[in-house]
Write a protein that binds this ligand. Structure first.
Ligand SMILES: CC(=O)SCCNC(=O)CCNC(=O)[C@H](O)C(C)(C)COP(=O)(O)OP(=O)(O)OC[C@H]1O[C@@H](n2cnc3c(N)ncnc32)[C@H](O)[C@@H]1OP(=O)(O)O
Ligand SMILES: CC(C)C(=O)C(=O)O
Length: 792
């Protein structure tokens, strides 16, 4: 059986509109906040299944004071000992700040008025609030009173309030103000509301024009029975018809039966009200009292400070809910846990764009000394103003789009993804969201990003990872201008856990790396899009880094619909681009096998040199400089030719050691010990050299240790020794670290009147970097065929 009536007019009467002549409120604006009264501890409390304990009421009272409420209805003291004792406790424990007025409610009954006034005796200042219902239904059904009897009830008891408060002032010094509520105002004939309030004012007899002497007429929408415009009409009627308006504060007390309590209050204020009574988050009878937080923040978002603070709204929610045991709805205006959250794609996209635009707008405004105006799609207030973070602003589920996901990547990884990459990554997240059928947390999204793009450290490294690299600029072989110089990439990358030395040329670092990947790993990709942005520049110049994003396509199909994106971050811009390339290449290669090292004679010289260098790197930890790679490669080729065209990896490191005496006992000449001293002309070196088993002490001066050593050596050899190339790098980590040094020596000597020039390498590693360099030079001397002075 259906419950709802086919014709509800048979059961429900519509409200009676008020034909207000030339109403003013529709075209007014509210530019100052009203006086606030919190009735949480009275109207809010009386609506709870379990009214608050004294302890809870005290906590709540302190919170209201902290928020800045200056008028607080603390109880219906005649209702219970708890309420009475709570009021006494506040007073006796001096918990009421001097600038706060406590208010207490009483019906128009002598015994209850007496007890109510007794409850506040001795406090510095209090508002006595008396009410009686005035509408026809209450007059007829509840009180069975005529209009005159209703007025008489109010008038007589107002006189009683006056007498008792005056006695109390005399006895205890308490200052009183008086508030009268024609309860059920919203259902009372407007003329009768005015008539009874005029009579109450006359009975009170001492309303004045100073704010503190004004009588407060509180107009409740005890039950909200009509749209808010009707309520505004009733208020404007009262405002324009009550006598001595200047001696009156019009207060509103909206309830929310139709869900328009906020609107009723706002329109009522336009219609002439000065004050609003309500509760935090709208607690109160039935659907609640008007929500003071909502109302105040509506002012705030108009640029008007409401004179109350909700700096840490979560703390306020926590205290309120602990006290009244009522949850705040997740969609509650300003306060719900979801109100600053967008799940849907188009909202997220707009918010992301809004933040980006606002950042620029605010920077410009700051530079001009202008205000930083908040203008944000879908967010009428800055969550930060309420102590909320932006963390929850964007949350991702199956309704979300690329914009929201990109926002989170930007927030949490500081990466501003290019639009096309956003679309690609969106599909990655969507796939996870669909698979898991749940909301994606920030952690899910950042992890998905790190996994997809092998981003964020060794945990997410792909099959290829950059270890070290050098970019050198060499003149263009065509002899073109400097700008068009060729860039050479020499680097070490980890390939499936094995170090590989790779090298390539291009017109920039990225194309040089792509060339190296083609040469060594058969990866034939070209660059289609490349963007880079700084990270952290403003906040922390020291730690600023570059983020690069790269799209690669098959080299032979630049318009390909298939492409691979990569991201890389590094302090060095070039390195960030190179990391991004490897990130994209990792996606491209997936599980496919990669070419192995080629150690057979006749193979491509470029990859051959690097492959040989890779073996030396993996076996001995030495990163050979490019010229040494070339020299040693020739040695390897000769050795391989004489052993059937191939050379084993083990044999290769033995060959290297033998060729350069690396790690072997010194040959002809060695440096047994040395001392370095700073002298006026530079560095003085005194060395004990062992030459052909004989120890000789030789001294030399140079502008550094190496030139001082050469000065010593020139005392032992005929001709001249010149260092052509010198490089070094660390081997190992932490306390195990040592230095590897590579020195290429050129030796020139005149023999039989003809000049002979030879060159040779010395390679040494030592825990002392200076010793490593000196020993490398001495080692090289043994490989350039010097003529010893003794021999000459
Ligand atoms: C719209 C509002 O929120 S108004 C505030 C409502 N809040 C509360 O009622 C909470 C506190 N109330 C109470 O604890 C109790 O109702 C008390 C202590 C005030 C009175 O309790 P009781 O004496 O048992 O009376 P009861 O609760 O039945 O109240 C109804 C009586 O008060 C009368 N009454 C109701 N409102 C008023 C009023 N504003 N002025 C005078 N009399 C009133 C009723 O006509 C009825 O009288 P009757 O017994 O002669 O028929
Ligand atoms: C006592 C009055 C103001 C009241 O609480 C109401 O009408 O809701």
């Amino acid at each position: 059986m259906p419950c709802m009536l086919v014709d509800p007019s048979q059961k429900y009467k519509p409200y009676t509109p008020l034909h207000l002549q030339s109403r003013q409120w529709p075209s007014k604006r509210s530019t100052v906040p009203p006086i606030w009264l919190s009735t949480d501890l009275r109207d809010g409390n009386q609506a709870l299944a379990n009214p608050m304990t004294i302890e809870q009421k005290t906590t709540f009272f302190q919170l209201l004071v902290q928020c800045g409420y200056k008028e607080i209805e603390v109880a219906y003291p005649a209702a219970s000992d708890t309420d009475f004792n709570f009021v006494r406790g506040l007073i006796e424990k001096k918990q009421v700040p001097d600038d706060v007025w406590i208010q207490v409610l009483t019906p128009a009954r002598e015994d209850l008025i007496t007890r109510t006034i007794d409850s506040v005796a001795g406090t510095r200042q209090a508002i006595i609030h008396m009410y009686n219902a005035t509408s026809p239904l209450f007059r007829g059904v509840v009180f069975k009173n005529s209009k005159e009897e209703t007025i008489q009830l109010a008038v007589e008891h107002t006189k009683l309030v006056r007498r008792l408060t005056e006695e109390c002032t005399e006895k205890h010094g308490t200052v009183f103000r008086y508030e009268y509520s024609p309860e059920t105002f919203s259902q009372t004939e407007p003329e009768f509301s005015v008539e009874i309030c005029d009579a109450v004012k006359a009975a009170w007899g001492k309303a004045g024009t100073d704010t503190l002497n004004k009588i407060i007429f509180n107009l409740p929408a005890t039950v909200e029975i009509a749209p808010p415009n009707h309520f505004a009409d009733l208020v404007e009627y009262f405002h324009t018809h009550i006598s001595e308006r200047e001696k009156i504060l019009i207060s509103l007390h909206p309830h929310n039966d139709r869900g328009t309590g906020i609107a009723a209050a706002e329109l009522g204020i336009l219609a002439g009200a000065d004050r609003v009574e309500g509760c935090l988050f709208g607690n109160g009878e039935r659907t609640g009292n008007v929500d003071l937080v909502n109302l105040a923040l509506n002012y705030y978002t108009q640029g008007i400070h409401p004179n109350v603070d909700f700096d840490d709204i979560q703390r306020i929610i926590d205290i309120v809910t602990q006290c009244n045991d009522l949850p705040v709805h997740p969609r509650h205006p300003y306060a719900g846990e979801l109100v600053f959250t967008a799940f849907s794609g188009s909202h997220q996209d707009a918010i992301k764009k809004g933040f980006e635009d606002q950042e620029k707008r605010h920077a410009l405004a700051r530079s001009r000394g202008d205000g930083e105006i908040w203008e944000m799609p879908y967010l009428p207030i800055d969550p930060a103003d309420l102590g909320q973070t932006y963390e929850a602003v964007i949350r991702v589920n199956s309704q979300s789009g690329k914009g929201g996901i990109a926002y989170l990547v930007k927030q949490y990884l500081q990466l501003d993804l290019p639009r096309k990459m956003q679309i690609v990554f969106y599909k990655v997240v969507q796939a996870v969201a669909d698979r898991e059928a749940r909301e994606m947390t920030v952690d899910d999204i950042t992890t998905a990003f790190c996994e997809a793009y092998h981003f964020g450290g060794s945990k997410y490294e792909g099959r290829l990872a950059l270890r070290s690299f050098k970019i050198t600029s060499v003149p263009n072989p065509d002899g073109a201008d400097e700008v068009r110089n060729v860039r050479q990439f020499d680097g070490t990358i980890l390939v499936d856990g094995v170090l590989r030395v790779i090298r390539g040329d291009g017109n920039g670092p990225i194309s040089a790396l792509l060339h190296a990947l083609l040469t060594h790993l058969d990866v034939d990709l070209a660059l289609r899009e490349y963007t880079v942005h700084p990270i952290n520049t403003e906040a922390d110049q020291q730690n600023s880094r570059a983020a690069s994003f790269i799209e690669l396509v098959p080299a032979n199909d630049r318009k390909s619909t298939r492409s691979w994106w990569g991201a890389g971050v590094d302090r060095d811009v070039a390195a960030s681009g190179l990391r991004a390339v490897l990130s994209a290449v990792n996606s491209y290669i997936e599980d496919r096998p990669l070419p192995e090292l080629k150690l057979s004679v006749g193979f491509n010289a470029l990859s051959g040199q690097s492959d040989v260098a890779s073996v030396i790197l993996n076996s001995l930890g030495l990163e050979l400089p490019r010229r040494l790679q070339a020299t040693f490669f020739e040695v390897v080729q000769r050795a391989a030719a004489s052993s059937g065209g191939e050379i084993a990896q083990d044999a290769l490191s033995v060959l290297f050691k033998e060729t350069y005496g690396y790690g072997l006992p010194p040959a002809q000449l060695s440096l047994k010990s040395f001392e370095l001293d700073r002298v006026e002309r530079g560095i003085h070196l005194s060395g004990e050299f062992v030459l052909g088993g004989k120890v000789e002490t030789v001294k030399g001066v140079g502008n550094g240790p190496l030139s001082a050593l050469l000065a010593c050596l020139h005392q032992l050899v005929e001709g001249a020794l010149v260092i052509r190339e010198y490089s070094e790098h660390a081997i190992g980590e932490g306390t195990e670290v040592s230095a590897a040094t590579y020195v290429e020596l050129v030796y020139g000597v005149t023999e039989n009147e003809r000049e002979r020039k030879t060159s040779g390498w010395g390679v040494v590693s030592d825990t002392d970097i200076t010793a490593s360099g000196l020993h490398a030079v001495v080692s090289a001397v043994s490989r350039v065929g010097v003529v010893w002075k003794a021999e000459a």
